[in-house]
Unconditional design. Structure first.
Length: 174
């Protein structure tokens, strides 16, 4: 009985946002993972940028709470532009991410709603972090695979000659 109560409280606390954060960090994490998955999937983002922009706007408001103050860091146009430029330079070879980034950029500059700006910036920041981590993992995996392939390459001509010589000596011994 007490075990069920403890499990229930644990689940409740897991999904309860931190009071100091001013947003639901778990929900932000879930949304960022969802967009990261879309960016690296074959289907990519939605069919049209307009539909995608609508969904991103709705998503950006879902993890913010009305009663909490907005962090001024996320309202600064200069901070957004600097972050945007930095991210675009570091993740410039992923077309789906560039599409996502452009949509976020357009929404951020196209809205006067401060809450929406904060949400877009936070979502863009978290998705960028997730995409960078995923790209690091892909690079690590590719290096490991290349190392494994090098280890199993076909023997060189010199190695073949040594093996043939050994086989001839073994056959001659009989």
């Amino acid at each position: 009985m007490h075990l069920n109560l403890i499990k229930t409280l644990t689940v409740f606390l897991f999904f309860m946002p931190s009071i100091s954060e001013g947003h639901n960090a778990k929900l932000l994490e879930i949304e960022a993972n969802r967009y990261k998955s879309r960016i690296f999937s074959v289907s990519r983002l939605l069919e049209t940028p307009e539909k995608e922009a609508e969904e991103i706007q709705e998503t950006s408001l879902s993890f913010l709470r009305d009663r909490d103050p907005l962090d001024p860091k996320y309202l600064s146009l200069r901070a957004f532009e600097n972050f945007y430029d930095l991210v675009i330079q570091s993740i410039h070879k992923t077309p789906a991410f560039l599409d996502f980034a452009q949509i976020c950029h357009n929404i951020y500059y196209g809205t006067a709603d401060e809450k929406k700006k904060v949400g877009i910036f936070m979502l863009f920041e978290k998705v960028s972090e997730k995409v960078k981590d995923h790209l690091k993992w892909i690079i690590f995996y590719k290096k490991k695979r290349e190392q494994a392939e090098l280890a199993y390459q076909a023997p060189s001509q010199e190695e073949r000659e040594k093996v043939e010589k050994l086989l001839k000596e073994l056959l001659a011994w009989d």
